[in-house]
Design a protein around this ligand. Structure first.
Ligand code: BT5
Length: 307
C-alpha cells in the first residue's frame, strides 16, 4: 500500500475506516495512518471521523492530486513528481532506459532546462504543466511520426473540454488563436526495425505565461486559472485514447484540426528557407507545400504561418 492507494480508496467521498483499509491491503492500521499523515502534509484535507477517514480536499498539484482525477488504463499508472527538474523528458528517458513500464510519467511544476526541438530552449516557469510519458507501442522508426500527431490531437481534445479553441500548427504546436499554448517534443530510441521506447513530452502554458514572443497561456485565454491536476489527468486520458486509434483516424483528426493546411507558410529546413501554400500532410506526417518552383515535401522543419 502507498499513499496513492489511500487517495483512490477515498476519492468517491465516502467515509472509509482505517481498519477496513488495513485489512484490504494487509498492512497495520498504523501504516494506513502514516499514509494519511503524509497525504495531509501534501495538502490533502482528510477528516478523521468516528467511523473512519473522509477526503474533503485535494491539493492543487502533484502526483497524488493527478491520481485523484485519473481514470486511465496505463498512462500515469506511476507518476514521478518534482517541484523542479532540469527536463521531464530527460528524466523520462532515463526511466525508460531503466525499463520503466509503458505509461510511466514524469511531472514537474517548473523546469530549469526545458527542451524544445533541435536543442532549443523551452521556457517552463512554475504554474505550467510540464510532463513526459514513456510509451512502448510496436512501431518501426518509419512509423514513429504518428505518435507526435496523436499527441498534438490529444492535447487539442483535452483543451477543447476546457473551452479553449485551439488548432494545430505543423508539425507539433498547439495554438490558441495564433499563439502557442503547448509544444510537443517526442523522442525515441530505436534500432533499424523497432522503436524500443518513446518519450512524449508535453509543455502546456497553463497558469504561467512565459515571457516568449508568440506565446499565450490557458489562464490568459480563459481569464481564470485552470485546475492543473485535472488537466493533467485529462491529457493522460486523451493521449491513451488517441494512441489506441488507427493511424488513419489520427491523421484525419490532425488534418481537421490543422490551421496550417491551406495557409501560406514560410518553411525553414536545415538547408534553406522557402515560402508557399501548405496543401497536405501525407501518411508519414510530412508537409507538402506548393511553391513557385513546384511541390516541396518536408519532414523535419519549422513552419511559420504567413498572413
Ligand atoms: C517545442 O519545441 O514546441 C517542444 C516543447 C516541449 C516542451 C516539453 S515540457 C515537458 C517536456 N520536457 C522538456 O524538456 N520538453 C518537453 P519547438 O517547436 O522547438 O519550440 C521551441 C520554441 O518555442 C522556442 O524557440 C521559443 O521560440 C518558443 N517557446 C519557448 N518556450 C515557450 C513556451 N513556454 N510557450 C510557447 N513558446 C515557447
Amino acid at each position: 500500500m502507498d499513499p496513492r492507494d489511500v487517495v483512490e480508496e477515498l476519492r468517491d467521498g465516502d467515509v472509509v475506516s482505517g481498519s477496513a483499509l488495513a485489512e484490504r491491503y494487509g498492512v497495520s492500521r498504523n501504516a494506513v495512518w502514516k499514509h494519511v499523515e503524509s497525504l495531509r502534509r501534501e495538502g490533502f484535507e482528510i477528516e478523521s471521523t468516528g467511523s473512519g477517514y473522509r477526503l474533503d480536499g485535494v491539493p492543487e498539484y502533484g502526483a497524488n492530486a493527478v491520481a485523484y482525477h485519473l481514470d486511465t488504463e496505463y498512462v500515469g499508472d506511476e507518476i514521478e513528481y518534482h517541484d523542479v527538474v532540469e527536463s521531464t523528458n530527460a528524466l523520462a528517458r532515463e526511466a525508460a532506459r531503466a525499463d520503466a513500464d509503458e505509461g510511466y510519467t514524469v511531472l514537474a511544476d517548473r523546469q530549469e532546462g526545458g527542451k524544445g526541438r533541435r536543442g532549443r530552449r523551452w521556457e517552463s516557469p512554475s504554474g505550467g504543466v510540464w510532463t513526459s510519458v514513456v510509451l512502448r507501442p510496436e512501431l518501426s522508426p518509419r512509423e514513429a511520426s504518428v505518435v507526435t500527431l496523436a499527441a498534438s490531437v490529444a492535447v487539442a481534445d483535452a483543451l477543447d473540454d476546457l473551452g479553449v479553441v485551439v488548432s494545430i500548427k505543423w508539425p507539433n504546436d498547439v495554438l490558441a488563436g495564433d499563439q502557442k499554448v503547448c509544444g510537443v517534443l517526442v523522442e525515441f530510441e530505436a534500432d533499424a526495425e523497432e522503436v524500443s521506447y518513446f518519450v512524449v513530452g508535453l509543455g502546456l502554458n497553463a497558469n504561467a505565461a512565459p515571457d516568449v514572443d508568440g506565446a499565450t497561456s490557458l489562464e490568459l485565454e480563459l481569464g481564470h486559472e485552470v485546475d492543473r491536476a485535472r488537466l493533467t489527468a485529462a491529457l493522460y486520458r486523451a493521449l491513451e485514447a488517441w494512441l489506441d486509434r488507427p493511424r488513419d483516424d489520427i491523421l484525419e483528426e490532425w488534418r481537421r484540426r490543422s490551421s496550417t493546411l491551406g495557409r501560406l507558410v514560410r518553411v525553414t529546413t536545415a538547408e534553406d528557407v522557402f515560402e508557399g501554400r501548405a496543401t497536405s500532410i501525407d501518411d508519414s506526417g510530412a508537409l507538402h507545400v506548393e511553391t513557385n518552383e513546384g511541390e516541396r515535401v518536408v519532414t523535419a522543419a519549422d513552419c511559420e504561418h504567413l498572413r
